[in-house]
Design a binder for this molecule. Structure first.
Ligand SMILES: Cc1cc2nc3c(=O)[nH]c(=O)nc-3n(C[C@H](O)[C@H](O)[C@H](O)COP(=O)(O)O)c2cc1C
Length: 158
């Protein structure tokens, strides 16, 4: 393992408050590339990555579960990891590794991010958080959503 990767792993923290600046499209593309480089069982690659920057959709994602996601409304972007469960039965593992690759890539790019869990969670009306994300992104039923990364520029403390 290179020293720089080890340093990134040491310095990374979950960031839930962001400076207001947008994230350049090429930076978001790099994060998607990082996610797509993650290994998957039998190389089935069941995951799709959906980058959300629309404020209204971010606000919807923030309410997809009852707690622990509200800060998404102030994020510059979210990258949702959705896996086709008919492609692979290891969608949880594959999605989680992709999330982890993206978290480390975000740290390498100087961005703040936080994993927001959807799988096994529900909103304040008891509706599955995964179902809410499928509705927000118009995804078919077989797509399972472990979670998404909320992302933004790190706030600079004076
Ligand atoms: C599987 C998983 C689910 C998580 N879900 C949430 C979440 O829904 N909301 C949240 O604010 N943080 C969430 N986190 C972030 C953890 O709370 C955080 O990683 C942990 O407290 C350690 O802090 P650190 O990331 O700063 O080292 C999640 C992390 C993981 C790995």
């Amino acid at each position: 393992m290179s020293t720089s990767l080890f340093d990134l792993m040491r310095s990374r923290r979950s960031i839930r408050a962001y400076a207001g600046d947008p994230i350049p499209a090429e930076t978001l593309a790099l994060l998607e590339e990082a996610a797509s480089l993650a290994p998957t069982s039998r190389d089935r690659k069941p995951c799709r990555f959906y980058t959300v920057t629309d404020k209204a959709q971010l606000a919807q994602l923030a309410k997809a579960k009852a707690a622990g996601s509200a800060f998404t409304a102030q994020a510059a972007a979210a990258i949702v990891v959705a896996a086709d469960s008919t492609v692979s039965d290891t969608w949880i593992e594959d999605s989680s590794i992709a999330m982890t690759y993206m978290m480390l890539a975000a740290e390498a790019l100087g961005l703040g991010c936080c994993w927001v869990q959807m799988h096994l969670r529900s909103d304040e009306n008891g509706i599955s958080a995964e179902e809410n994300v499928r509705r927000i992104l118009a995804l078919p039923e077989q797509f399972r959503v472990v979670g998404f990364l909320a992302l933004g520029q790190k706030e600079v403390t004076p």
